[in-house]
Design a binder for this molecule. Structure first.
Ligand SMILES: *[C@@H]1O[C@H](CO)[C@@H](O)[C@H](O)[C@H]1NC(C)=O
Ligand SMILES: *[C@@H]1O[C@H](CO)[C@@H](O)[C@H](O)[C@H]1NC(C)=O
Ligand SMILES: *[C@@H]1O[C@H](CO)[C@@H](O)[C@H](O)[C@H]1NC(C)=O
Ligand SMILES: *[C@@H]1O[C@H](CO)[C@@H](O)[C@H](O)[C@H]1NC(C)=O
Ligand SMILES: *[C@@H]1O[C@H](CO)[C@@H](O)[C@H](O)[C@H]1NC(C)=O
Ligand SMILES: *[C@@H]1O[C@H](CO)[C@@H](O)[C@H](O)[C@H]1NC(C)=O
Ligand SMILES: *[C@@H]1O[C@H](CO)[C@@H](O)[C@H](O)[C@H]1NC(C)=O
Ligand SMILES: *[C@@H]1O[C@H](CO)[C@@H](O)[C@H](O)[C@H]1NC(C)=O
Ligand SMILES: *[C@@H]1O[C@H](CO)[C@@H](O)[C@H](O)[C@H]1NC(C)=O
Length: 397
């Protein structure tokens, strides 16, 4: 059977996103329910590295796999139960933890190793119940190992490289008191003039609970324009591009008006679509906003559209060189192939219409094209059933 064109498109988009954003190696830890020796995930990195946990999934095997769904004493679970195989054998969803507490992510990120119990979820909303177990039976934790020497504390650091990171120096603990941290800044320069891309790893800024205003943010000065990454950019540990600069020299400043320890951030900094070297200089400067000062959030949500606009501008100005050019060519080829596919389908349809005597459209074969040409389905891709599978393709590159 032919794949649906819309599915092909989704896969292509995810593949391109994967090529563009994931230069980091994806490490995986998988563990099962029912195995009496190990009901825990044990992700770890080598010394001198810390982990960033970005996607945790809970998966169910098929009903006829016979895999146990709950912790079962004296049962040796077969290896096949505990690892992702393919979309027909595994169905699952992103794992958020009890009450969405995200502790599987937050307890492990920033550490060299950790140990987390396996959790589970009901599959009724996502998986075909006549094929898959009603509860997930194993978990998969996806993480990166980040070299500590590439990570800069926003209050004190100087480092150069092609892929760098900035976090609050206390990470995995919370940002220190406003008097010590507000005003800490990094200047970020790219050597070859490439735009700078900021990717959110973990954004958990806090509100002032009395006023209800966002009281922590990263302020971005990019030439004459200002932006910020603030409370509304909370990302639940999903990697996400939050900014692409217009200049090759930006300044990132922490504004923190909260007393005591509050909030966390960790971002990746790299040249956009190029392998330029970046240099970071970070240190404490006089606070623009001191303790209990109010500030107004500038960019409530840097929408996908704004980012897309930046990406287009970069493409137009031909700033992306080296690897960027290669990616451009690859994407162009993919687009051509897709156009050819569409043209072929249209031609075939046209031909069928002109040769078929039966005037009634066949609903079985007609839906494919209609879904593509008239897509009223507003469901975000991530909430569609085989979410985890598609995302996996992205990270496996
Ligand atoms: C992470 O994955 C890479 C590639 O599979 C592997 O070489 C490396 O040893 C892994 N790191 C750890 C800490 O397991
Ligand atoms: C499970 O496997 C271990 C060794 O692999 C064996 O000693 C034990 O008897 C097995 N238990 C059961 C219930 O099969
Ligand atoms: C998934 O794996 C099973 C067993 O290896 C195989 O029979 C099946 O064809 C695979 N399905 C897909 C979609 O690759
Ligand atoms: C279970 O899945 C639903 C979505 O289907 C999600 O909202 C919920 O947070 C998940 N539960 C856990 C424990 O991750
Ligand atoms: C669920 O799986 C069964 C058996 O493979 C199939 O007949 C049925 O159409 C599936 N249901 C849905 C909603 O996909
Ligand atoms: C919250 O804001 C109010 C007034 O805007 C201020 O008095 C209070 O100290 C702030 N709370 C914290 C924890 O900074
Ligand atoms: C910071 O403030 C102090 C005192 O207000 C002032 O002397 C100093 O020059 C300021 N530093 C900068 C970099 O503006
Ligand atoms: C901060 O904002 C709150 C309400 O949003 C207001 O009551 C307070 O006076 C403001 N404080 C300052 C110093 O502007
Ligand atoms: C932010 O997003 C919300 C809903 O997604 C929208 O209503 C609002 O106008 C956006 N704000 C800005 C400043 O773009």
């Amino acid at each position: 059977m032919l794949l649906k064109i819309s599915n092909v498109l989704i896969i292509i988009i995810l593949l391109s996103v994967g090529i563009c954003t994931s230069t980091l190696v994806a490490n995986v830890s998988e563990e099962c329910m029912g195995n009496t020796n190990s009901n825990f995930l044990f992700p770890s990195c080598f010394s001198g590295e810390v982990m960033y946990v970005y996607d945790v999934y809970s998966y169910a095997k098929t009903l006829d796999s016979g895999c146990p769904q709950i912790q079962t004493s004296n049962v040796n679970v077969s290896e096949g139960c505990c690892a992702f195989h393919n979309a027909s054998e595994d169905c699952g969803m992103r794992y958020y933890g009890p009450n969405g507490d995200l502790t599987t992510y937050s307890d492990c990120s920033g550490s060299v190793s950790c140990q987390k119990p396996i959790g589970w979820n009901d599959t009724i909303k996502v998986c075909n119940q006549s094929v898959f177990l009603p509860q997930t039976n194993y978990m998969q934790l996806n993480y990166h190992c980040i070299e500590e020497i590439q990570i800069c504390s926003i209050c004190s650091c100087t480092v150069s490289g092609t892929s760098l990171y900035i976090w609050n120096g206390e990470y995995p603990n919370a940002v220190n008191d406003c008097s010590l941290t507000s005003g800490c800044s990094c200047s970020i320069k790219s050597s070859g003039g490439s735009p700078i891309q900021l990717i959110a790893f973990d954004i958990r800024f806090k509100m002032n609970l009395t006023s209800g205003d966002c009281a922590q943010r990263l302020h971005i000065q990019d030439g004459k324009s200002e932006f910020d990454i603030a409370c509304d950019d909370h990302n639940a540990f999903k990697k996400r591009t939050v900014y692409i600069s217009t200049s090759n020299d930006i300044k990132l400043r922490l504004d923190n008006s909260l007393e005591g320890s509050n909030g966390y951030f960790w971002i990746q900094v790299k040249a956009f679509e190029s392998i330029d070297t970046l240099t970071l200089h970070c240190g404490k400067e006089n606070a623009t906003y001191s303790c209990n000062d109010n500030f107004t959030i500038i960019s409530e949500n840097i929408t996908e559209f704004v980012l897309q606009d930046r990406i287009n501008k970069v493409a137009e100005s031909g700033n992306g060189v080296g690897i960027g050019t290669i990616i451009g060519v690859v994407v162009a080829i993919i687009v051509l192939v897709v156009l050819a596919l569409i043209a072929y389908r249209l031609w075939k349809r046209y031909k069928d219409k002109n040769t078929k005597v039966d005037p009634k459209p066949d609903p079985e074969t007609d839906t494919d094209d209609d879904e593509f040409f008239n897509n009223n389905d507003q469901t975000p891709i991530t909430s569609r059933a085989p979410e985890a599978v598609l995302i996996r393709m992205n990270t496996n590159i």
